[in-house]
Ligand binder design. Structure first.
Ligand code: ASP
Length: 330
């Protein structure tokens, strides 16, 4: 019999660490009140999958996570992955921004060891909570050799998603996690089954590592609509190094906002057109002459992940072609 893998479970808070007054409280409850050991105590079955150790890194809702939280999580995970006595890491996390933390790790960790980010839509105290099974499945995925070398994963509802693609797409249903091209695989009774692999570069194949990275360049997001006033847009762009402009449809920009965005680009702000549809591709030089304006487009990435990708890319330089290439490669 082979030895069980050693999995470190890092707690950061969220609904998976929440508690409601009664079992019927599936949506109204306190977040981030259970310690990671209390959460793990609900799934003694996981001890059959791996040797588990735990650590409480943060204890807060993921809606609060800023660049410093991401760097703290990333540096801690990078540090523990380098240890020989750690075979994989599970991070319990709020679901609101689970995709951002997961994508940030996917782009920056330098390891083939599995890293799985997991949350739940209902706290462990609620009727039909998804907390126990999601965490059990996440440990199963992190403990399994078939999960090595495919980047950071998000596990929910028996599905394994790549961090690049997954988004939270519903505010209360258990089936909230969606990847536009589908999940990578399933977990069934503690065993992952994969059907495809991520095709875009990640982890060891990116130029970004967290070693010595003290902060991220300021990249902001502006949500576009016809009544958005140019002053409001200009103030968002004022101190940013990059601006993800979330346009309508194919990254469309209302006519009265064009001069504000062009002026921002002239001042050196890296303007990136995204789409508020949440799906599909923003075609470069499609609805706007991006080459002429010196703008970028997100390819198919959602604004919140485009923000992280641009921030990381800006740590290495600000050539427009190189930045655009990052959106096509990762
Ligand atoms: N507010 C919570 C969070 O993201 C929601 C959740 O965990 O589902 O931390």
């Amino acid at each position: 019999m082979t030895a069980k893998p050693n999995i470190l479970v890092i707690g950061t808070g969220g609904t998976i660490a929440g508690r409601g007054k009664a079992a019927v409280n599936t949506s109204a409850y306190l977040c981030s009140v259970l310690g990671i050991d209390e959460v793990l105590d609900t799934i003694p079955q996981a001890l059959a999958l791996a040797n588990l150790r735990s650590e409480q890194l943060l204890q807060t809702g993921s809606e609060n996570f800023n660049n410093e939280h991401l760097l703290a999580i990333g540096k801690r995970v990078a540090n523990v992955l380098a240890r020989q006595d750690v075979d994989g890491v599970v991070i319990t996390h709020g679901t609101d921004t689970i995709e951002e933390t997961a994508y940030f790790l996917h782009l920056t960790l330098k390891s083939v060891k599995p890293v799985v980010v997991v949350g739940s839509m209902r706290p462990p105290s609620a009727m039909s909570s998804d907390a126990a099974l999601n965490l059990y499945d996440a440990i199963a995925v992190a403990a399994h050799p078939s999960s090595r070398g495919i980047g950071t994963l998000v596990v929910a509802n028996s599905e394994i998603h790549t961090a690049r693609d997954v988004v939270k797409s519903n505010s209360f249903k258990l089936e909230a996690f969606r990847s536009p091209y589908g999940a990578l695989g399933y977990v069934i009774e503690g065993v992952p089954r994969y059907y495809r692999r991520p095709s875009r570069a990640h982890t060891l194949d990116t130029p970004w590592s967290l070693d010595g990275l003290a902060g991220l360049p300021k990249v902001d997001i502006a949500y576009g609509y016809g009544a958005l006033e140019s002053d409001a847009l200009a103030s968002i762009a004022a101190n940013a190094r990059g601006l993800i402009f979330v346009g309508t449809g194919n990254g469309n920009v209302a006519s009265h906002l064009l001069s504000t965005l062009r002026e921002a680009a002239r001042r050196g702000v890296h303007v990136v057109r995204a789409s508020r549809t949440g799906n599909g591709i923003v075609l470069r030089n499609g609805t706007q002459p991006d080459d002429e304006y010196g703008w970028l487009t997100v390819d198919d990435q959602v604004p919140q992940k485009a923000r992280l990708l641009l921030a990381l890319a800006l740590t290495q330089g600000c050539d427009t072609n190189t930045l655009q290439a990052a959106f096509e490669r990762y």
